[in-house]
Design a protein around this ligand. Structure first.
Ligand SMILES: NC(=O)c1ccc[n+]([C@@H]2O[C@H](COP(=O)([O-])OP(=O)(O)OC[C@H]3O[C@@H](n4cnc5c(N)ncnc54)[C@H](OP(=O)(O)O)[C@@H]3O)[C@@H](O)[C@H]2O)c1
Length: 212
């Protein structure tokens, strides 16, 4: 699948910065917000291949969607947005934080299938792949860790085309993808795991998670 256009829903620390990196890597990017008029600086920083729009416009624009919102926002998405995500490859970066997301984050942390299962239930019909959730955004921007090694990006999904897209996007911005397994394997790099927010290299991630 050839990816040229990326729709970004949630243009904050992760969506905004990763969007800039993807635009500079040559993709056409549509940042979105519930207040798209606030995205002018982001679009200017990202350069000529970037634009801004509504959430609906970004989803329609993207060959794939980078969904980077707080977990609680999934419950706030309207039916039109859910419908638009149906059948789309959705790269999901979310993490469950009770102080921000409330009870649903407490439940999500206890889910035996990890966040992959949680998000798949919240967005039925979307082609979910988990990626970019385990790296602090300031580190992501640097692409290398304090040892000078390229930061690894654990990826998990059941949809092989969606996984391949996440691999391509990670590589295109100078990060090192590590496919961990199917969607429920995302629990291996959820919040609280040995690789979460460590900016570990791909080889460190593979060693910690016993991946070949
Ligand atoms: N910060 C990190 O280093 C980091 C690292 C990895 C993963 N994550 C995870 O990735 C997700 C995004 O984190 P972040 O730090 O980028 O958050 P953030 O800076 O707060 O940005 C999130 C964006 O989501 C949008 N949003 C909120 N509610 C929404 C809704 N109901 N519908 C549509 N958009 C909505 C907001 O945009 P508008 O208000 O403009 O609409 C906001 O700009 C979170 O789940 C977080 O846990 C964060």
């Amino acid at each position: 699948m050839k990816i040229t256009r990326i729709g970004i829903v949630g243009s904050g620390n992760i969506g905004g910065n990763l969007g800039i990196m993807l635009a500079k890597a040559g993709y056409e990017v549509c940042f979105s917000s519930r207040h798209p008029e606030s995205l002018g600086d982001l679009v200017r920083t990202a350069g000529p291949t970037a634009r801004a729009g509504s959430v609906a416009e970004a989803i329609t624009f993207g060959d794939v969607v980078l969904l980077s919102v707080p977990l609680k926002a999934y419950r706030e998405l309207d039916s039109e947005t859910r419908q638009a995500l149906h059948g789309k490859i959705v790269i999901d970066t979310s993490n469950p934080y009770p102080e921000r997301d409330g009870a649903m984050a407490v439940e999500a942390r206890q889910d035996p299938g990890g966040m992959g299962s949680v998000v798949a239930r919240l967005l039925p019909g979307a082609r979910i792949v988990r990626a970019f959730n385990s790296v602090y955004f300031e580190d992501l921007k640097q692409t290398v860790n304090k040892n000078g090694d390229t930061i690894g990006i654990p990826i998990a999904g059941d949809d092989q085309e969606a996984v391949a897209v996440a691999v391509e996007l990670a590589r295109s911005v100078g990060l090192d993808p590590v496919v961990v397994g199917g969607l429920t394997a995302s629990k291996l790099f959820d919040v609280g795991t040995s690789v979460y927010a460590t900016s570990a290299s791909a080889s460190e991630i593979k060693a910690k998670l016993s991946i070949e």
